[in-house]
Design a protein around this ligand. Structure first.
Ligand code: L34
Length: 290
């Protein structure tokens, strides 16, 4: 069994990006600039956005964090997005999800200029991705593809079973893994909360990608010997033995699955760091587009 080390892979890619930025700036080019909007005080969102800011500093990007209280109105938020859309110095803009209930996420995503949409969530970019046209790929799916590529994992003709159908992970991944490309070229099955006898699918999978947000959902007896297992889950579970008061749990029961898998991602240190670095790749690309 081989660990798909997202942390080490992301550090390597960050060094490559830092070098490119250094050369670009030395040649008189503009330093890439990522703007992030964070609404409310959700602990996990603050950690993720903090990690994004830190990654920007590591690769030599400028970054600006716009923080707003949970009570901000949708109109105000859209006004802020429009202002950032019009700021030529900003190359990429993300609005960290989830947003408070009173805000319509679709309306917010629609307000982002597609050429700055480094999350790849705008319908124009989702459409391009689905067609296999060049665009910003959503960071978590993109990071998973990059990790499979990094370890030379064969995907052509394989059965890829994705558990979860969110707009930010499951559905884009299903699209990407079915494209005639590498990584991709898979037979793809999407399972979700209404799937009956989910084991029937997972047991036939060459590649399992778990993105449902249910700690330890995938158990060893659901996995075929030699499968590649990617764990997107990252749930905070209360744990008084930890200084933070919680521990992180993936959607995969690591112990029982690791003994059967050929490759497996850990949590933390698997998909999470790959998500962050993929956002950096997209931001660099957005900056090159000018
Ligand atoms: N707009 N919203 C927008 N874009 C995104 O790409 C995201 N996502 C998801 C949630 N909402 C979003 C993220 O940034 C999930 N996500 C994300 C980013 C980073 C990490 C996990 C999820 C991450 O850094 N994970 C670390 C551990 C972090 C911790 O200590 O909690 C890891 O090693 O997995």
């Amino acid at each position: 069994m081989v660990i798909l080390d997202g942390k080490a892979t992301s550090e390597k890619i960050k060094l490559e990006i830092a070098q490119l930025v250094k050369e670009k700036v030395a040649a008189g080019g503009k330093r890439p600039h990522l703007a992030a909007i964070l609404v409310g005080n959700d602990g996990a969102s603050q950690t993720y956005v903090g990690n994004k800011e830190r990654a920007c500093a590591q690769v030599g990007f400028n970054s600006t964090l716009h923080r707003f209280p949970a009570e901000i109105s949708q109109e105000e938020l859209i006004k802020k997005i429009q202002e950032i859309n019009g700021n030529d110095d900003v190359d990429g803009l993300i609005v960290q999800l989830p947003l408070p209930e009173h805000i319509d996420e679709d309306a917010i995503i629609n307000a982002i200029d597609p050429s700055k949409d480094v999350d790849g969530f705008h319908p124009v970019n989702v459409g391009k991705m689905t067609l296999g046209l060049p665009t910003f790929l959503p960071a978590t799916p993109y990071g998973i593809l990059r990790l499979l590529d990094e370890y030379g994992i064969e995907t052509s003709g394989k059965h890829c079973v994705i558990i979860g159908r969110s707009n930010i992970v499951g559905r884009p991944l299903a699209n990407l893994m079915s494209l005639k490309d590498y990584p991709g070229d898979c037979t793809v099955t999407i399972c979700h909360s209404r799937t009956k006898n989910i084991d029937n699918y997972t047991k036939q999978a060459d590649i399992i990608i778990a993105a449902l947000g249910s700690p330890g959902f995938v158990k060893g007896d659901m996995v075929r010997e030699g499968a590649v297992v990617v764990d997107v889950g990252i749930t905070r579970v209360a744990d008084t033995s930890k200084k933070s008061g919680y521990r992180l749990e993936g959607d995969v029961d690591f112990e029982s699955v690791a003994s059967k898998a050929s490759y497996i991602t850990p949590v933390p240190g698997g998909v999470g760091p790959m998500t962050i670095v993929s956002l950096m790749v997209n931001t660099l690309k957005a900056a090159e587009g000018k």
